[in-house]
Ligand binder design. Structure first.
Ligand code: ZN
Length: 157
């Protein structure tokens, strides 16, 4: 089995059996984003405790790449420090721009490296990470008790 084929299987597995699907109760940060080129939507919920992401959930609809990326992203950031999650998002973007990155630090997310060859699909892969970055921004911007934000539908047609 080629590496491409293996990567494709991991993506299809997450697409067909997405992890961390759902929402989080009030108090969690939520961000809803849409990728207009493909029609993917991702609604991300983050519960941040101290400087760690205690839980991440998402709901959404879209292509296999966008849904698998959201599923894998929520798995990767659960339990991570906010700074680590930001770094992960940055590294992920870098990989998709075709820039050299330490793929070991991306873990399973390295399966999306091939997407860099398909410019039309890059937005699909990065949508969940954009939501992550925006969510962490909102969390950092709000006062500790009042971190709930919603209906930030950037890119809504
Ligand atoms: Zn897509």
């Amino acid at each position: 089995m080629s590496l491409d084929e293996l990567y494709r299987q991991v993506i299809m597995d997450h697409y067909q059996h997405p992890r961390n699907v759902g929402t989080l109760p009030e108090g969690a940060v939520s961000v809803r984003l849409r990728n207009p080129t493909c029609g993917d939507t991702v609604e991300l919920y983050l519960a941040v405790e101290g400087d760690r992401i205690a839980a991440a959930r998402f709901r959404g609809e879209g292509c296999s790449i966008s849904m698998a990326s959201a599923s894998m992203m929520t798995e990767a950031v659960t339990g991570q420090r906010v700074t680590e999650a930001r770094e992960l998002a940055e590294n992920f973007r870098r990989m998709l721009r075709g820039e050299p990155v330490d793929e070991g630090r991306l873990g399973d997310l390295a399966v999306f490296s091939g997407v860099s060859r398909f410019p039309m699909r890059i937005k699909c892969a990065t949508l969940a990470f954009q939501a992550l970055e925006q969510g962490l921004e909102e969390w950092g911007g709000g006062s500790s008790g009042e971190a709930h934000a919603s209906d930030h539908g950037e890119g809504e047609a």
